[in-house]
Write a protein that binds this ligand. Structure first.
Ligand SMILES: *[C@@H]1O[C@H](CO)[C@@H](O)[C@H](O)[C@H]1NC(C)=O
Ligand SMILES: *[C@@H]1O[C@H](CO)[C@@H](O)[C@H](O)[C@H]1NC(C)=O
Ligand SMILES: *[C@@H]1O[C@H](CO)[C@@H](O)[C@H](O)[C@H]1NC(C)=O
Ligand SMILES: *[C@@H]1O[C@H](CO)[C@@H](O)[C@H](O)[C@H]1NC(C)=O
Ligand SMILES: *[C@@H]1O[C@H](CO)[C@@H](O)[C@H](O)[C@H]1NC(C)=O
Length: 365
């Protein structure tokens, strides 16, 4: 047994090692956050400690530039932590700061001047505040020419803020009251993650189509009655659950080249609303159609691995939905199939299923 630095890296199976490495990577991505929480020397430079030392003894100018209400660890001078401190207004931000943590406060406004000097910002975390759209300066974000992550979820926004920088890669603005997406996201060629869920969107038309790098789009928990017309074509993950969608357009999934995960649980989908081969597209890994009104199992591609159909009104187990022909090489790759809460029971599964669904390790019925 080799000596191990971290217990969790001592696992030996390839799969779990990969998983642990992913976790370790994620942890390192969160490092700035943990620095502020765990730095054992925090008392040395904390705002309260500072007042015990004359200004001349402070580490450097950067400590002096740190507002009273925030923490600026000397060991990570490009970060400023002002999260969870009951702030109601924006602090002063020096041009040195790249990572700014302002989440979990009660900030109500971002006036135009507040970010004027914050020209180095790469991450701006402002989730869980009380920002309203009319309290955000029209040009407040436009000068942030290096901003990549903007977190505005759980605020009181009724629209996407204007003049967002085109450099954004990750925009989270879920849990607000947004009703429309107009041209707000045009030209965001590097945007890969967009969280718009739990808002009040009724129709987004083709407003997201130009987002050519977008891989994850979450528009669940809105008021959509149909699948938006033009969606970006390089999506890997499309989340549409908890809307009121009752039908899918013809060739719904055919337009995507890399789509792997489609979640449409808790909608109003009926058999009639689903074109015959809507889901028979290769590449799809997971399809969630649970909590809809389907009476039949839709035809899916033999490459699909996880299919969720629980809580529909399915009355028949149609093997043809999974396998057109069955032979040595033609069988379904399905591993998970959930059918509980429908109008069928285990006896309705024909015995030939064992050939077609030979890889299914979980069939809930
Ligand atoms: C921006 O920096 C200038 C020069 O250092 C300073 O006078 C001004 O007060 C700063 N503005 C804000 C909003 O911090
Ligand atoms: C949210 O904004 C609305 C106006 O759009 C306002 O009436 C309401 O008080 C705000 N709520 C909070 C929690 O700030
Ligand atoms: C997108 O990212 C590339 C590579 O990092 C960069 O060169 C380009 O300027 C970025 N585009 C925008 C609009 O920021
Ligand atoms: C799915 O489509 C392919 C061709 O794209 C076809 O060969 C196959 O039989 C279809 N599957 C089912 C179950 O109809
Ligand atoms: C699998 O089925 C397709 C038709 O869907 C057929 O062309 C192919 O020959 C079959 N593979 C084998 C090994 O029989």
């Amino acid at each position: 047994m080799p000596p191990c630095l971290f217990v969790f890296l001592c696992q030996t199976t390839a799969e779990s090692l990969t998983m642990r490495l992913v976790i370790a990577f994620l942890l390192s991505a969160l490092l700035p956050v943990s620095l502020s929480r765990r730095d054992p020397l925090g008392w040395l430079y904390g705002p309260r400690a500072q007042s015990y030392y004359p200004a001349s003894l402070r580490a450097d100018a950067s400590a002096a530039e740190c507002p009273e209400e925030c923490d600026c660890p000397p060991s990570f001078p490009v970060a400023m932590y002002c999260d969870g401190r009951g702030l109601t207004a924006m602090p002063t931000i020096s041009s040195r700061i790249k990572y700014l943590y302002l989440q979990n406060n009660a900030i109500t406004a971002i006036p135009d001047a507040t970010l004027a000097n914050a020209t180095s910002l790469v991450w701006l975390m402002m989730h869980h505040n009380q920002l309203a759209s009319d309290a955000i300066g029209k040009e407040v974000f436009s000068k942030l020419g290096t901003l990549e992550r903007l977190y505005l979820q759980h605020n009181n926004l009724s629209s996407i803020p204007p003049s967002l920088p085109r450099t954004l890669r990750d925009l989270r603005i879920d849990h607000n009251k947004i009703e429309k997406v107009n041209g707000d996201l045009e030209g965001m060629d590097n945007l890969t993650i967009l969280y718009l869920h739990d808002n009040a969107l009724t129709d987004i038309g083709s407003s997201l189509k130009p987002l050519k790098s977008l891989t994850l789009l979450d528009i669940s928990g809105n008021k959509l009655t149909k699948v938006p017309d033009g969606l970006p074509e390089h999506l890997h993950q499309l989340y549409l659950e908890s809307n009121s969608i009752d039908s899918l357009p013809d060739g719904f999934l055919g337009g995507f080249t890399q789509l792997q995960y489609v979640r449409m649980a808790h909608n109003q989908l009926t058999d009639k609303g689903i074109p015959p081969h809507a889901f028979n597209v290769t590449g799809l890994v997971e399809l969630d159609l649970s909590f809809n009104k389907l009476e039949r199992i839709p035809t899916v591609s033999s490459t699909l691995q996880h299919l969720y159909l629980q809580a529909n009104q399915i009355k028949e187990f149609t093997l043809g939905s999974f396998c057109g022909v069955v032979d040595v090489t033609n069988f379904s790759k399905l591993r998970t199939l959930r059918l509980e809460g429908n109008e069928i029971s285990r006896e309705d599964i024909p015995s030939e299923s064992t050939l077609c669904l030979r890889q299914a390790s979980t069939i809930e019925i």
